[in-house]
Design a protein around this ligand. Structure first.
Ligand code: SAM
Length: 285
């Protein structure tokens, strides 16, 4: 049995700059046989770029001291400086795990909340929901308004930073990684048939494998319940997407998982400047 981790809202929406300043090795262009380059490689374990919080950071200053110590061939001192420098280093964006990248997104893009016509999208999605609702991979956003048809909305995401910023703090929010499902983990803190609606918006693009996840959603839904996927065929965070949204592919996978899907193109929420098309794929259990 997997124990759910509940997350409360603890962080106010605010813009946090989390970039940092990167500098590269001063010894890159020299010969491999150059003792300075060999020493640099040995001390830094081959790393060629370093990111510090700012130019005023102690780490940034130590980087130049390290260069000087290596220039002088002083291995002992270089090792000592590198050890001190390490505590000031922050990770470069492309060294981060996907989850860490989502955290930066949550911190840096607190206003990316649904694009054009968010209100209409939310109205449409809410009109397809009833009873107990699960909002999967919710981010810092919700597409479920309060409605007399809806009893409760529970949201989940694998990024704590996202869940802390979810706009409805009174709703239950659960930390859960859907990519653990293909490896055998279940959302077994919910019984079979617990939900009447599951919604996943701009989320399927980031699933390693959709089939096992859709099957788990099928288990979580009551008979007659619906699974709704709403997305745009063009959108996706560049280096994080596994695939771009294709409504026919999602519908085919819903069928494999046991649903009866219907695909509807939704032009009413699209602005002229937007690329791609919006689709609502609804699978009935
Ligand atoms: C593009 S955002 C969409 C968020 C929200 N549904 C929306 O439309 O604004 C994708 C979300 O999926 C979450 N996510 C990505 N991989 C995940 C995983 N393996 N398990 C759970 N959530 C994940 C991210 O943290 C992020 O909040």
């Amino acid at each position: 049995m997997v124990r759910p981790v509940y997350v409360r809202r603890t962080v106010e929406r605010k813009r946090v700059y989390n970039g940092g300043i990167s500098i590269g090795s001063p010894f890159l262009l020299e010969e491999d046989t150059d003792p300075k380059k060999i020493l640099w490689k040995e001390i830094t374990k081959g790393k060629s770029e370093f990111t510090f919080p700012s130019m005023r950071s102690e780490g940034y200053r130590l980087f130049f001291e390290l260069g000087q110590a290596i220039q002088n061939g002083d291995a002992k001192l270089s090792r000592r400086i590198y050890q001190r420098m390490q505590q000031f280093m922050i990770k470069n964006y492309n060294e981060k795990t996907d989850r860490e990248k989502w955290k930066s997104t949550a911190e840096q893009l607190p206003t990316d909340i649904g694009g054009y016509n968010k209100r209409e999208k939310t109205k449409l999605i809410t009109s397809h929901a009833r009873g107990r609702v699960l909002e999967a991979m919710c981010g810092f956003n919700t597409y479920f308004n309060d409605s007399p048809e809806i009893e409760e909305v529970v949201a989940f995401d694998y990024s704590r930073a996202m869940l802390e910023r979810y706009p409805r703090p009174e709703r239950t929010r659960i930390l859960f990684d859907v990519n653990k499902i293909p490896k055998g983990k279940r959302m077994d803190f919910f019984e079979d048939g617990h939900f009447n609606t599951i919604g996943c918006f701009w989320g399927t693009n980031y699933m390693d494998e959709m089939v096992p996840v859709f099957k788990e959603f099928w288990r979580l839904l009551s008979k007659g319940g619906n699974f709704i996927v709403f997305e745009n065929t063009y959108s996706g965070y560049g280096d994080l997407v596994r695939r771009y949204f294709n409504p026919d592919e999602v519908a085919a996978i819903m069928t494999v998982a046991g649903f009866r899907p219907e695909v509807e193109r939704v032009d009413s929420v699209k602005e002229e400047v937007e690329m791609g098309d919006y689709y609502l794929v609804e699978g009935k259990k």
